[in-house]
Design a protein around this ligand. Structure first.
Ligand code: ZN
Length: 312
């Protein structure tokens, strides 16, 4: 069995203003860092409108399409953080990011691969049903869960989101979905200021794991051992999806957790253990945040290297 890497050059064509941390260079450096790893490479296809409409509304999809500028940028989130911009070539990137996650799920569920990493952008875990937010437009990973449940007919899919920011979009999109367990760890307090332990979903299917600023890998490991892995074991997912943001890193400019590459290595191994126990190893990980370019590239390479070791 093998590890897959799903990506597409269109994901580099979504450009953002110079002050925005979410830049094409992030993905370019991740791809460079993954060169030489023993992965099978696949092109991310364009997602269908129908698959995006499983969690977003037709009016929202129309709004996104209509907001693509002929030149320059369109800001889509003036009421939240003024960081979410579309550029003239953004649309294929948005659709290929959703499609890339779906392709990775197809490959893993068909048995062609054990696990896969979707190296795509823009990220997705802040996007809500009708709300672009925090560099995100479509709920890439939440849509992946819906696709695995609907298109592939799975009964239980779990998502683990270890990005430093709360996966508010994933949580909101799957709040009412009892077949999805959403577990998200985040620095708190930190933008977007949601993700309290009291937010548990309509079916006790959401688990929030706040981590205090200034704490490091030891606190993360303790929290995952105490609150994350037992919930995953009790849920017995048939597929594990991961929102892999690497902005908990000590070098990241947007946060104050002090994770290092060894923490991502440990966490990836433990998530593979869960996948081995319940899913026949089936795991699909998708790039979310990570804004120190060197730390992002090194951490993503560590994460994917572990995936390749565990699929061999
Ligand atoms: Zn983040």
């Amino acid at each position: 069995m093998a590890t897959g890497l799903v990506t597409h050059p269109d994901c580099l064509a979504h450009v953002t203003p110079a002050h925005v941390h979410e830049q094409p260079a992030r993905l370019a450096l991740v791809l460079q860092a993954l060169e030489g790893l023993p992965v099978f490479r696949y092109a991310a296809p364009l997602a269908s409108d129908d698959s995006i409409l499983t969690l977003h509304t037709p009016a929202y999809l129309d709004h996104i399409r209509a907001s693509v500028p002929a030149e320059g940028f369109t800001m889509l989130d003036p009421d939240t953080d003024e960081e979410t911009f579309l550029s003239p070539s953004s649309l294929p990137a948005l659709f290929r990011t959703v499609g890339g996650v779906q392709k990775a799920i197809d490959l893993v569920l068909s048995g062609e691969l054990t696990n896969a990493f979707a190296a795509v952008r823009p990220p997705g875990h802040h996007a809500e049903r009708e709300l672009p937010m925090g560099f995100c437009f479509f709920g890439n990973v939440a849509l992946g869960a819906k696709y695995a449940l609907g298109h592939h007919g799975l009964a239980r899919v779990a998502i683990v989101d270890f990005d430093v920011h709360h996966g508010n979009g994933t949580q909101a999109l799957l709040w009412d979905e009892p077949r999805a367990l959403v577990i998200t760890s985040q620095q708190m307090p930190l933008w977007p200021d949601t993700g309290d332990v009291s937010e548990t979903g309509a079916h006790d299917n959401v688990v929030n794991v706040p981590l205090a600023p200034g704490t490091g890998g030891k606190a993360m490991r303790d929290a995952y051992e105490a609150r994350v892995f037992p919930r995953l074991d009790a849920f017995r997912p048939e597929l594990l999806l991961v929102s892999a943001g690497f902005d908990c890193h000590a070098a990241d400019p947007l946060s104050d957790l002090a994770w290092v590459e060894e923490d991502y290595e440990w966490l990836t191994h433990r998530l593979c253990d869960i996948a081995d126990r319940h899913c026949g190893g089936r795991m699909v990980s998708t790039l979310e945040g990570g804004y120190d370019l060197d730390a992002l590239a090194a951490s993503a390479a560590t994460h994917v290297r572990v995936l390749t070791e565990r699929s061999g």
